[in-house]
Design a protein around this ligand. Structure first.
Ligand code: OGA
Ligand code: MN
Length: 328
């Protein structure tokens, strides 16, 4: 006898699907079986623009190929997905990420934002690895404060990240909401004035902008050499969906082709303001052990402030990009 859906192994689930298919081929042909019994995951939208919750995935187990494909399909459709109730270790977090791509290793080591224990983990926390609550004035916290501004992760790399997975370990109740914008919709709705400014143009993305923006320490010469500024198209085409989106990352953009600094700054500000409209935005209110997975190619995100006396411990993996940004 097979166990209940929650505690079945991947193999048991696959066997069950197979049996249902052989017993009820007419239902499968009609597509009905998936809604009734056969589906391993359920996906429920959380906002009309983007964001959905996925149930039926245990991130501690490897996914079978079919379930993985269902997860990826839901991700490509909803851009941001949340897996609630995932009691995972850092190692399990990294192993799950590996099913989607290679995890990035953060190039900057001086601020201890990269975990000492598991080097693929980026610490989005105000508690250090010795369990000490850090003050907002500390260098790592200053640097992290930049994530309150709209951005997409690792856009300063020549091949920017595909997506990120953030695990809420100790979540904030006084703020700390992570907000996302659907940049496909933003691109489609851009007013003519803004559209004509971005078509065919590139913007520069520079990691050292963080230092100029929030006063965190300047990158060391080695860090600077490892991550020189890069130019990416302002309109990009998604390699999986083929859709065009606006590609800006306000905390890293420091120049735009053919514009002086003031005009470039104004344009990024105008584009960001246009993007940050509630109709394009999903705001994630965290529950402990939510894992949020977003697509860095077609969304931007920003976290809301929270009481600095409240602990907030979040661990992130970031999926390495394998191709340059495609011009849209
Ligand atoms: C990130 C980030 C979001 C948050 O993890 O990439 O920008 O909620 N932070 O802290
Ligand atoms: Mn981020």
């Amino acid at each position: 006898m097979l166990a209940s859906a929650e505690c079945m192994t991947v193999e048991q689930r696959a066997l069950l699907r197979h049996r249902k298919r052989s017993v009820y081929p007419f239902l499968q042909a009609s597509g009905y079986i998936r809604g009734v019994t056969g589906m391993t995951i359920t996906v429920k939208a959380r906002h009309p623009a983007l964001g959905a919750e996925i149930h039926g995935v245990d991130m501690r187990q490897p996914l079978d190929a079919e379930t993985l494909q269902e997860v990826v399909d839901a991700w490509m459709k909803h851009l941001v997905v949340v897996f609630p109730g995932q009691h995972i270790t850092d190692q399990e977090h990294v192993a799950f990420t590996r099913q989607l791509g290679e995890p990035e290793i953060f190039h900057q080591t001086s601020l201890h934002l990269r975990s000492d224990g598991v080097k693929e983990i980026f610490l989005v926390s105000n508690v250090d690895e010795r369990d000490r609550l850090m003050r907002p004035s500390e260098p790592s916290q200053k640097q992290l404060s930049s994530s309150r501004m709209w951005h997409t992760d690792s856009s300063y790399r020549p091949m920017p990240s595909v997506g990120s997975l953030l695990h809420g370990i100790e979540i904030s109740r006084t703020g700390g909401m992570t907000q996302f914008i659907n940049m496909y919709m933003v691109y489609e709705d851009l007013p003519e004035r803004l559209r004509s400014e971005v078509e065919g143009r590139k913007a520069r993305h520079d990691f050292s902008m963080l230092h100029r923006l929030v006063g965190s320490p300047a990158p060391t010469p080695e860090e600077q050499a490892a991550m020189p500024p890069v130019w990416h198209p302002l309109v990009r085409r998604h390699p999986v969906t083929g859709r065009k989106s606006l590609y800006i990352s306000s905390i890293y953009n420091d120049a735009i082709e053919g514009m002086d600094d003031a005009a470039a700054h104004r344009l990024i500000e105008d584009l960001t303001a246009f993007s940050a409209q509630p109709k394009y935005m999903y705001r994630h209110e965290w529950e402990p052990d939510d894992v949020l997975m977003w697509d860095n190619r077609c969304t931007v995100h920003a976290v809301t402030p929270h009481d600095p006396d409240e602990r907030r411990v979040m661990h992130r993996t970031t999926i390495v990009g394998r191709e340059p940004v495609l011009a849209g």
